[in-house]
Design a protein around this ligand. Structure first.
Ligand SMILES: *Cc1c(COP(=O)(O)O)cnc(C)c1O
Length: 380
């Protein structure tokens, strides 16, 4: 995919200053189109937490996406876009456009959600009582615990009902007066082991069969997120995964089963480039070290929260040497990379990092008094 050319990055840095985060909306539209082209049966519910910039939500909404939200503020961020629909369309539209996919919700949140008749996930008995008491209008999806083997971020130790318990949970929900609409799962983020999807689809089909025998008419299968970004050449192509998913979905589920997914990273990672300035340099243990005006507590927070390594490019030409790049804060943890290949840099040089749109500035802090990077949107 075409990236923003280095000259344009330089011009943006001169105009806006650094640290800077550049969001390319054309890349977001391309990612959405790629997802739809390869998975035509699947409606994409963009997982807002990957990058909650309202401009991104707006672009994906215009492209036809729906949304996965996990808090009431995220819910309202999306709901603002559908508020303009005629009242009688709005409820169906809420389900078409939003899934509240955080299996655990505070009572207060459920009370706030209830008036919108949301579609929500759950995976435990305590949640059934809370939903019945505080959001009885909600439709339910049971989140299954599925294999997360080899995913960069694993979720199966925190979320998901054992498949063997799923139908008993559905019955308990039904006995509490709630309506179960379907199943959901998540194979773990940046999933490069495609067998996770195949196994999860087969587990879902088995649970659906058992549910049907107990009188449930499930209509929705939510295959979650995890769709991997091509950060490096070891990541197998998305087209290969899509072919597997399409084949299993066609084989295992009836034609009228509504299949939805919750891609987060896939939609935004490649659409963002961060630009920083070299503000200090030193030689330690014989190795050049550069200090930049961004940090692990800011745009590079994904190194911690997302287990995602980031690399740098420079606008300067010259023979590459191995160096380290550190953030601007006083903390030793604030080590962005111990091993980069860059030409010898000078103070005030720019460096940039690509594919940094997911779980990056979304989790930036104000640690040490440094403000998060300014965000600019291009090709909106
Ligand atoms: C975080 C999350 C996603 C998005 O995952 P990606 O790996 O970014 O695609 C989707 N669904 C749920 C429930 C999540 O928690």
């Amino acid at each position: 995919m075409s990236k923003i050319p280095p000259k344009r990055l330089q011009a943006l840095a001169e105009e806006h200053g650094t640290p800077l985060v550049v969001v390319d909306h054309e890349a977001i539209r391309q990612n959405y189109a790629t997802f739809k082209r390869h998975l035509p049966r699947v409606q994409a519910y963009y997982a807002v937490k990957a990058n909650p910039a309202p401009e991104i939500v707006q672009t994906l909404y215009k492209a036809g996406a729906s949304f996965d939200v996990a808090s009431f503020p995220e819910f309202m961020l999306v709901y603002e876009l559908i508020r303009r629909r005629p009242a009688k369309e709005r409820q169906a539209f809420v389900w078409d456009k939003i899934v509240y996919a955080n299996p655990v919700k505070a009572k207060e949140t459920l009370e706030e959600l209830n008036e919108y008749k949301p579609l929500v996930t759950f995976d435990n008995r305590a949640e059934i009582g809370k939903i019945a008491g505080h959001a009885p209008s909600a439709g339910l999806l049971v989140r299954l615990r599925v294999p997360n083997t080899g995913s960069m971020v694993e979720l199966s130790s925190k979320f998901g009902a054992e498949p063997a318990d799923a139908v008993a949970l559905m019955e308990e929900a039904r006995d509490s007066g709630l309506v179960v609409e379907g199943l959901s799962f998540h194979v773990g983020s940046q999933c490069t082991n495609f067998e996770n999807y195949v196994q999860s689809l087969n587990m879902s089909a088995a649970v659906m069969k058992e549910a049907a025998s107990r009188g449930f008419d499930l209509k929705v299968l939510d295959i979650g997120g995890g769709f991997p970004v091509h950060y490096n050449r070891h990541v197998p192509p998305f087209s290969v995964l899509a072919r597997k998913i399409n084949a299993e979905v066609d084989r295992l589920f009836p034609k009228d089963m509504e299949i939805i997914a919750e891609p987060g990273r896939f939609m935004v990672a490649t659409a963002v480039t961060s630009i920083a300035t070299v503000i200090g340099k030193a030689v330690r243990d014989g190795r050049p070290c550069y200090y930049i005006d961004d940090s692990v507590y800011h745009t590079f927070s994904g190194i911690i929260f997302d287990h995602c390594p980031y690399h740098f490019k420079s606008l300067r030409k010259g023979p590459a040497e191995v160096c380290a790049v550190f953030g601007q804060t006083c903390d030793g943890l604030d080590t962005i990379s111990q091993s980069e290949a860059l030409p010898e840099l000078q103070l005030d040089d720019l460096v940039y990092s690509e594919d940094i749109g997911a779980y990056s500035n979304a989790s930036a802090t104000w640690f040490n008094g440094f403000a998060p990077a300014k965000v600019v949107h291009v090709n909106q």
